[in-house]
Design a protein around this ligand. Sequence first.
Ligand code: FA5
Length: 339
Amino acid sequence: MVLAEDLDELRRSALAALEAVGSERELEEWRVRYLARRGELARAMSRLGELPAEERRAAGQAANRAKDELQQAYEGAAESLRRRAAGADHQVDVTLPGVPPVTGGLHLTRQALYESVRIFAHMGFTVFETNEVETDELNFGLLNIPPDHPARDMWDTLYIDDELLLRTHTSPGQIRAMRAYCPEPLRVILPGKCHRYEAVSARAESMFYQIEGLAVGHGITLASLKGVFEAYAQQMFGPERRIRFRGSYFPFTEPSVEIDITCHCMGRGCALCKGTGWLEISGGGMVHPVVLENGGYDPSDVTGFAFGMGIERTIMPRHGIDDIRYFYGNDLRFLRQFA
Ligand code: FA5
């Protein structure tokens, strides 16, 4: 039965060719070659009439089966091509190069805050968090700076209304901490954001961070402040560093000092320290008796020291940063150097 064998061969080669089809165009070429009116299958079937009558029926049935099978295979291939095209957008090309994930990092100020907190924590200080929006009374009045006191000019203030303001320093937290701890002795640091209505320059920002330190108890002297501050400076900036006190004035400390640290030029004199060998990093002093009283303590019983340092100005020399405006200018080229 030569025709039947030809049909079988045709069916197998058509199915094999369909396996290799990968596009709509190739599928159409396949259909024209095998299934169209003048295609190979139609040509083979046209030979049915040449067969003797007794063979024609069985061969005709075999031809119809081959035709049905190829037609079904054609429709299946068309459907899978359609599905592949619809899902093409979602396909993952595993050979493409990867996209590195963008990782963030701690801001330079935050790193210095954490480092400072760790150092003070080892000396027994606890972090006390206080308000960024303060009352005039806490920011000034209870710190021994009544209304119209000339010392108010030391802090150019951003007021929210007659009573509320953005704190100009972390010192109002002293009152809050004392009221929270009194009558127990306390040793706290108060890190936080401060705001001043100031002309911005290479040395001054309108928003910056301070770390306030406060210790109240028996037998606390200016020498305690010196010891604590020297230990901090040496751990933060290097064991060779020294500090010195210079007489100063703050209404809430008596006596008051400015605290300087030896410059990294180690006294040889450089542009940063203007040839003096010293850099100012903090204000400080013994807590004024009026302030102790406002915090709830009896100044005839206990004493205390306090300091307040600006974080940005303190770490600028360490990183060779000559302009404070880089800190919050949000220039990633600057920030990434410290991430
Ligand atoms: C005060 O703010 C006092 N509250 C410090 C203090 C606390 C004294 C406790 C005594 C006892 P002063 O205004 O000097 O003081 O600011 C302290 C530090 O904050 C400065 O040494 C400086 O490092 C930083 N600082 C002040 N103003 C700015 C500013 N505009 N930009 C950046 N840092 C500033």
